[in-house]
Design a protein around this ligand. Structure first.
Ligand SMILES: [Zn+2]
Length: 262
């Protein structure tokens, strides 16, 4: 009970700070309070370290990339401020494993699933923010055709290295603070889960994710129903229900599955 209260207070401080620095929208701050309370309160400090590493590093990269990205921002579903959908898409799966750890404290796989899930969403965020810096155009992961920067499913050398770095940060921390399994095993599994999770994210983005077109700007976008310019977007390809948040859930889930299976 005391750990849960401390977790709640700690999560509230982080959520409020993120709201004030505009890393999170108002709804995003409520989402962070929920995810943070579960992970800090039911998991404990080791779990909190990983969530904070994800949150701080991804928010910092988003902030740094915001100006550079301004010209192609319409390619992305949302701006720099994360809302509750994005927070739950990135942290929801990890929260489930922190909750499972509370009820099954003796098992090691909950930690591996949690670590690999956060490694996957961190890899994906880093790849998204840093991949746009790649000097040449990205290629679509499914057809290998060059596509515009920021296109869902586009991959590049910089983006892939960024994904590796994002996964490695979480994975190395997961190994260092691991409650039971040894460093190399945790780190290796979390890096693998993280990379495969972000690969899955790119595959969905290139194939079945809902992609729209803004008739006013004549640009492809993940935004729906309205584009940044206020015009209604039209569906061009992909499953209509599979938005960017659900693709991120898929990324987190693949990471968690690989972590728990291995
Ligand atoms: Zn537009």
């Amino acid at each position: 009970m005391i750990q849960l209260i401390i977790g709640f207070l700690f999560a509230a401080i982080i959520a409020f700070a993120a709201l004030r620095t505009r890393s999170l929208s108002r709804s995003g701050a409520w989402g962070a309070l929920l995810v943070g309370t579960v992970i800090f309160g039911l998991g404990g400090w080791r779990w909190a370290v990983l969530l904070l590493a994800f949150f701080v590093s991804s928010s910092a990269l988003t902030r740094m990339a915001a100006k550079r990205k301004a010209s192609l921002n319409e390619k992305f579903d949302k701006g720099g401020q994360r809302d509750i959908g994005q927070v739950l898409a990135n942290g929801g799966i990890a929260s489930i494993f922190a909750g499972l750890h509370f009820f099954f404290p003796q098992t090691a796989w909950t930690w591996l699933a949690f670590s690999a899930s956060l490694a996957a969403v961190n890899a994906d965020t880093w790849a998204t923010e840093l991949g746009v810096l790649n000097p040449s155009m990205p290629r679509l992961i499914s057809t290998w055709k060059p596509v515009e920067r920021g296109t869902s499913g586009g991959i590049s050398v910089y983006g892939t290295l960024a994904a590796l770095g994002g996964a490695a940060l979480i994975a190395i921390l997961a190994g260092l603070v691991s409650p039971s399994v040894n460093f190399w095993m945790v780190t290796g599994i979390a890096i693998l889960g993280g990379l495969l999770g972000s690969l899955f994210d790119s595959l969905l983005g290139a194939t079945v994710q809902a992609i729209y077109r803004c008739p006013h700007c004549d640009k492809e976008t993940e935004k729906h129903p309205l584009h940044t310019c206020g015009t209604q977007t039209m569906h061009v390809r992909g499953w209509k229900w599979l938005n960017n948040d659900l693709v991120n859930v898929g990324c987190a889930l693949v990471g968690a599955l690989i972590g728990s299976i291995l």
